[in-house]
Design a protein around this ligand. Structure first.
Ligand code: KG4
Ligand code: ZN
Length: 328
């Protein structure tokens, strides 16, 4: 069984011999009115949700809790209060059932989500990991050996989507809404500067600031500017972010001479990014894109990582501590 509670989704999943039997996620609407995740409220919601979510996963899998041979939990990175709920539950469950406890790095989980359904990427591969808290290019040598070769120096890609969405009045989390509105917008209508950053690193705060200044300027001249141009604004912003991500990913792939390319994390649900990655096939790359439910936070990715760790007998104990920051 895998348990995920690092941010604002309470999730539980059951995997058997590498096959997913159940994958249950409870989101938290309580944050919408605050325009972002409120850690204190997230912890409380996790506490309310954790037992019903685990119950639902066990029922969906058609098993008995006595059938569970190990429990894996996200031990970081994430919000401490949220992580504590999932880890404490997992510890209690392991103790009660007398089964091994496995700790999982959330970012490693996002990457290993590629091993839930085949075809699996071949090692070594590159993974562009784009979420609300992270933006990384990871060189994945095997299930456990991963090297971050590029990352954001400020905001994450998901944060850029969410912050820009907020500027034009979209509710949190804005990423999926920007994606939706961008479908019918003109991506070339507005131009925002591409950040100039060394190596394979990223920066998104400049895009957000340029977007903010541009929108404010236009609204001064025409108070209805946002309403009249919402879809074009979303399409142009998305195009800027996706082009930047693709640029760096291709640069890294060429430098490391790797043809196996994957994406992971919440922003990998973005249709613009999925389309751009898909386009790499014509350049001889092998592309692996996770199913939507395995892009955003879920426990299936924690369960599958737990499964591989279980095979290695890589267990932790009741003294395990969660961490806000946790490098892969
Ligand atoms: O991986 P995730 O579920 O949680 C973290 O670990 O952060 O990622 C959440 C992020 C949010 O910023 C959300 O706006 C973004 O992923 N996101 C999207 C889309 N779906 C989720 N961004 C752009 N387009 C989407 N379709
Ligand atoms: Zn995540």
């Amino acid at each position: 069984m895998g348990i995920e509670s690092s941010c604002d989704d309470t999730a539980a999943a059951i995997v058997k011999d590498g096959k997913m039997l159940a994958n249950i996620v409870a989101g938290q609407d309580v944050h919408k009115k605050w325009g972002g995740v409120v850690p204190e409220l997230a912890s409380r919601a996790h506490q309310q949700n954790i037992v019903p979510v685990v119950d639902a996963a066990i029922k969906k899998a058609g098993i008995n809790k006595k059938d569970i041979s190990a429990v894996a939990f996200t031990s970081g990175p994430g919000l401490l209060g949220s992580l504590l709920v999932g880890s404490s539950f997992a510890k209690g469950f392991a103790l009660a059932q007398n089964i091994p406890l496995i700790e999982v790095n959330h970012m490693q989980g996002h990457i290993l989500a590629h091993f839930i359904d085949g075809p699996f990427p071949k090692f070594p591969f590159l993974c562009l990991t784009v979420s609300g808290g992270h933006t990384q290019i990871v060189l994945v040598k095997n299930h456990f050996e991963m090297q971050v070769i590029g990352e954001t120096i400020d905001d994450a890609a998901g944060e850029a989507f969410d912050k820009a969405a907020k500027i034009i009045g979209l509710p949190y989390p804005g990423g999926p809404l920007v994606d939706k509105l961008a479908q019918t917008g003109d991506k070339h209508k507005f131009k925002f500067p591409q950040p100039q950053i060394q190596n394979f690193d990223f920066s998104f705060s400049g895009i957000k600031t340029a977007f903010l200044y541009f929108v404010n300027e236009q609204v001064k001249k025409n108070p209805d500017f946002i309403e009249q141009n919402k879809n074009d604004l979303c399409a142009s912003l998305q195009h800027t972010i996706v082009s930047f991500l693709m640029d760096k990913l291709l640069k890294a792939a060429k430098h490391h001479n790797i043809k196996e390319i994957t994406i992971a994390g919440g922003v990998s649900a973005n249709l613009g990014l999925r389309g751009a990655i898909e386009g790499l096939k014509t350049q001889g790359y092998n592309i692996y894109i996770p199913k939507f439910e395995y892009c955003t936070d879920n426990a299936a990715m924690i369960a599958i990582t737990g499964y591989y760790k279980f095979l290695k007998k890589d267990f932790t104990d009741q003294k395990a501590v969660v961490r806000a920051r946790f490098e892969i």
